[in-house]
Design a protein around this ligand. Structure first.
Ligand code: FHN
Length: 440
């Protein structure tokens, strides 16, 4: 064998080894989550309640985060918003305190939405809050520091879809897994660079929340590479993708939008088969994600608490959204409601945090969450006779009490059921939570 052929064969062998080790590293990441990932997933399930924040230059127009698209504003004109985005009243302390006082354990904020504007300094695009606005500061860094100080987790929303970039070529026909126009490989490279920035420059970030894949259902998004990159940079980062489908390999939590897992009232979840990873559902406080000056369809405190409780009953976290105003302030309608939710959480939080759901199917009166040898009976709709019957098999109830006020609740246990006689209502008519202790 000639020397040249021998060298070529060796090079080929090394290449093959490299390819197979990359593939197996990716397979490991996808199919066999690292210990750090598994731990992060459990901690995530324990947190139960988070604050979603949609904030960007779109907030100036006060018509939601889709305003560029819905009002058909050409990108060249829309970009001008950056020239006067100057949220002088933004205060990371206030935002984190708001989340904390509401009883939320984590914040997920838009680092880049579909308009492509980066809310952090990015070397990959000058169209960002530090290089492209008079504000010149990095709110995500301030949030990251404040969150770390206050023990609140920070996660970044990241849009896969981009309405403005030439390489994405929004609206282009997709053929053979890529847009006919644009530069798909270049766009994927761009996203990898940005994600690397987000993970390395904000080392405390705990999750990436993807959105927009649904814009190109037949495109090859290179998700295996993107997910492997993220988990290589930090195995404990949880990846979720709001593709409205069954979970894909490499994802750590499954996202639902405007519906509890298993429901499809908003129309996003027709194909969302529930997987085996932790679940999270997100909802707005009015009808909008980004600041909308005309939207007064505020949900009540009761509706939002029921959302949280029903989500926990179905073993899902609840990510409740606010759209801050362009000056960085949060409107009082939101802060007032969140304060009341916080009051409820102070009394009833133990029935939410660290619990697991899907103990019982939804009951006519409400749902159940569980922790160790305790069931929390959430009576969301009190029966007229104030008797709540719970299917309970092979467990002996030791004690029952209302969480609000620690009032003892009388009960009768039968073969397959327990009936609570809730004579004295808690002071709380939103959800009377009865703590049911079982004998070990
Ligand atoms: O288009 C986005 C929308 O603006 C918002 O970010 C929501 C949040 O779940 N997700 C998308 C719609 O599925």
């Amino acid at each position: 064998m000639g020397k040249a052929i021998f060298i070529r064969l060796n090079v080929l062998l090394v290449l093959l080894l490299l390819i197979s080790s990359t593939v197996s590293a990716q397979t490991d990441v996808a199919d066999r989550p690292a210990a750090a990932q598994l731990k992060a997933r459990q901690q995530f399930m324990d947190m139960k309640f988070g604050l979603f924040i949609h904030w960007g230059i779109y907030s100036i127009l006060g018509d939601g985060e889709w305003v560029m698209h819905s009002r058909k504003i050409p990108y060249i004109n829309y970009k001008r918003l950056a020239d006067f985005f100057n949220p002088q009243d933004f205060n990371a302390k206030e935002w984190v305190a708001l989340a904390k006082n509401t009883g939320m354990k984590y914040i997920t904020i838009t680092s880049r939405h579909h308009d492509g504007f980066s809310m952090y300094p990015s070397k990959a695009s000058a169209y960002n809050i530090v290089d492209g606005t008079p504000y010149k500061k990095d709110p995500l860094m301030e949030l990251a520091k404040e969150c770390e100080k206050e023990g609140i987790e920070l996660r970044f929303y990241y849009s896969l879809l981009d309405w403005g970039r030439d390489d994405y070529a929004f609206g282009s026909e997709i053929r053979d897994g890529k847009p006919v126009k644009g530069d798909w490989e270049g766009y994927i490279r761009f996203m990898k660079t940005q994600l690397t920035e987000l993970i390395t420059n904000y080392p405390s970030v705990k999750g990436i929340w993807f959105d927009g894949e649904w814009d190109r259902k037949t495109a090859d998004w290179h998700l295996d590479e993107i997910y492997a990159l993220i988990h290589r940079l930090n195995p404990a980062i949880m990846i979720g993708n709001n593709h409205h489908l069954a979970p894909k390999p490499g994802e750590d939590f499954q996202l639902f939008e405007k519906d509890l897992p298993g429901n499809n009232s908003a129309g996003f979840s027709a194909e969302a088969k529930i997987g085996k990873i932790p679940l999270e559902t997100c909802e707005t406080m009015n009808g909008s994600w980004g600041f909308n000056i005309n939207d007064r369809k505020y949900k009540s405190v009761k509706e939002l608490i029921h959302y949280l409780v029903n989500a926990a009953g179905k073993d899902a976290n609840f990510l409740l959204n606010i759209g801050p105003m362009p000056n960085g302030k949060i409107q009082p309608e939101f802060t007032d409601t969140l304060a009341k939710i916080g009051d409820w959480m102070k009394i009833n939080g133990e029935s939410i945090y660290g619990t697991r759901g899907n103990v019982l199917a939804q009951q006519p009166w409400g749902v159940v969450t569980a922790k160790d040898n305790v069931w929390y009976i959430h009576v969301l709709k009190m029966p007229a006779d104030r008797k709540v019957t719970i299917p309970v098999v092979n467990k002996k109830v030791k004690h029952a009490e209302l969480l609000d006020g620690n009032v003892k609740v009388n009960f009768r246990q039968y073969k397959d059921t327990v009936t609570l006689l809730i004579e004295k209502a808690g002071t709380d008519s939103i959800d009377d939570v009865v703590k049911l202790n079982f004998n070990l």
